[in-house]
Design a protein around this ligand. Structure first.
Ligand SMILES: [Zn+2]
Length: 193
């Protein structure tokens, strides 16, 4: 069954070992932040640092694994129609909007949406790491290392498929940051199979 995450919101759910998660951008140019925790011990969570270290690459796609803070593989990327995602930047948050956009009454962002969705699983906000930012297009200047957040390369119905290597608690959002989504907030669709 195809489920919808409304614009600027998030969900959490269990993904059993061997199940596949398909994340779909139904309209194009929309980011989805993905988190995964081990269901048996939520102290184990995806790790940007370990994953990028082991891949020796910033841009992950089919064949790449997403490792945990304990160096176990939690997810594998098995399909990817875009090939450009980010695993450097933190989930957007009220602080992001206050600090970067100067917003005086900020939205809670992906961080707040993930914290609310993960609370019923006993996961507190301080446990939220860098998310795997599906469809987020961050470019890096090879000389200075300057980061630029560009419009996503995803078009309508582009998708990424992940396979779970363990029983997981997954958090997933339709991202709330203006710049990351080319200044239009759209839904995200997903399928667990
Ligand atoms: Zn976001």
């Amino acid at each position: 069954m195809r489920r919808e995450i409304p614009p600027r919101s998030g969900v959490a759910f269990v993904l059993a070992k061997g199940q596949r998660l398909t994340v779909i951008d139904p309209q194009g140019e929309q980011v989805a932040d993905l988190l995964a925790f081990s269901q048996v011990d939520t102290d184990e969570v995806i790790s940007s640092g370990r994953t990028l270290d082991y891949a020796s690459r910033l841009f992950l796609t089919v064949g790449d694994s997403i490792y945990s803070n304990r160096s176990n593989v939690l997810l594998r990327i098995v399909e990817d129609t875009v090939g450009r995602h980010d695993f450097l930047l933190t989930p957007c948050s009220a602080d992001t909007f206050r600090i970067i956009y100067g917003d005086e009454a900020p939205h809670r962002g992906c961080f707040g949406n993930l914290a609310a969705a993960l609370a019923p699983y006993g996961i507190s906000p301080d446990r939220i790491p860098v998310a795997f930012n599906i469809f987020m297009n961050v470019t890096v200047d090879s000389r200075t290392g300057e980061l630029r957040v560009e419009p996503p390369l995803s078009r309508a119905d582009d998708h990424v498929v992940f396979e779970a290597e363990q029983d997981l608690i997954v958090g997933l959002t339709a991202c709330s940051a203006p710049q990351s989504n080319n200044y239009a907030f759209k839904p995200i669709h997903y399928v667990v199979s």
